[in-house]
Design a protein around this ligand. Structure first.
Ligand code: NAD
Length: 310
């Protein structure tokens, strides 16, 4: 389908990131968010994206799309072909929003959720035309990170994944089809494992937030910015490749190196410990400064990989 107008329902962290990516790629966007200061809160994200896109090497930077803030879901969706929902992570809220969208949207408009973990089959369960709903799970900052996980529910029309693949590719993204729906999809399951283990290592006093971040940044994080888990380990296996790597390191999976399966008790003490160390680590920098550093690094890394034809 030809998309020239998109609607964004919810303009918080993720909604604003979608708006930025869409208008930077020349689409018109209509936004609905009930917070009276939604436009003001979105502005820093749009400014960050402008700054980042000015630095990205693109054959030709498209003319920016028009952005309109709307006073209702109806006004946002009635002329849109692609409708992106990024409201808070509550199933009942999302379902009630789809009901309102379906009252006013064209019957062939695609409805997409940014949910981080709710199953698309649950999201679409009460819809009149559930075949047009999919999940397209993005990563923050949405305007700079290419990957987007596409997940169909039980009632999603065959073919919609391909339509979505084409659409997100046209926005400069790397869509990945998650073959079967599962809570939290793929990336967040991996991240949760790292997050849980990180909390243990700090709670138990083995390391600090700053040292743990340095271990990631100056170690496997650098590798992961350019090759994933399997290509990295293939190289670690040497000439004999993955089979050798598995023979060498497979057996130690049976010793409990990590506490990955259980979760540290979530209480005030843990919050104080983690947040206190994090304030000490980065409290001297404001959020805008951190975002600028992050965006400059993300642009530089992606350009280096492109220059290397990777
Ligand atoms: P957020 O709290 O920053 O933004 C939510 C926005 O929705 C707010 O601006 C709020 O005013 C608005 N909203 C509330 N009720 C609404 C309604 N009835 N209609 C329209 N808008 C309404 O949250 P977020 O981090 O942007 O998360 C949004 C969605 O994206 C969630 O489903 C979340 O799981 C998913 N997500 C978040 C991240 C992340 O890193 N934060 C990453 C990927 C996906």
């Amino acid at each position: 389908i030809a998309v020239n107008t998109a609607a964004c329902i919810g303009g918080g962290v993720i909604g604003a990131g979608w708006v930025a990516r869409l208008i930077e790629n020349g689409l018109s966007v209509r936004v609905y968010d009930p917070m009276p200061d939604a436009a003001a809160r979105m502005q820093p994200v749009l400014d960050n994206a402008d700054r980042a896109y000015a630095k990205l090497t693109m054959a030709q930077r498209p003319k920016k799309g028009e952005l309109v803030f709307c006073a209702s879901i109806e006004a946002a969706v009635s002329s849109a072909q692609w409708i992106i929902e990024s409201v808070p992570e509550r199933l009942a809220l999302k379902q009630s929003i789809y009901a309102e969208i379906e009252e006013h949207a064209a019957v062939d408009a695609i409805i997409v959720s940014s949910t981080s973990g709710i199953m698309p089959s649950d999201l679409q369960a009460q819809m009149q035309h559930p075949g047009r709903l999919i999940v397209a799970h993005p990563f923050n900052p949405v305007y700079l990170l290419p990957v987007v996980e596409l997940v169909a529910g039980k009632l999603t029309d065959a073919g919609i994944i391909d339509t979505a693949r084409t659409f997100y590719s046209s926005l400069g993204m790397k869509p990945i089809h998650v073959k079967r729906e599962i809570e939290a999809f793929v990336a967040d399951r991996l991240l949760e494992a790292i997050w849980r283990e990180s909390l243990w290592l700090i709670k138990d006093g083995i390391t600090t937030t700053e040292d743990l971040d340095d271990i990631v940044r100056f170690g496997f994080g650098l590798r992961y910015a350019q090759m994933g888990v399997f290509e990295t380990y293939r190289i670690a296996g040497g000439e004999a490749g993955m089979r050798h790597f598995l023979e060498q390191f497979g057996p130690c999976l049976t010793w409990p190196w990590t506490k990955l399966m259980d979760v540290p008790e979530y209480n005030e003490e843990l919050v104080e410990l983690i947040a206190g160390q994090s304030d000490q680590q980065s409290g001297h920098r404001g959020i805008r400064e951190l975002e600028r550093i992050r965006d400059d690094n993300l642009v530089a890394i992606q350009q280096a990989l492109k220059a290397n034809n990777w």
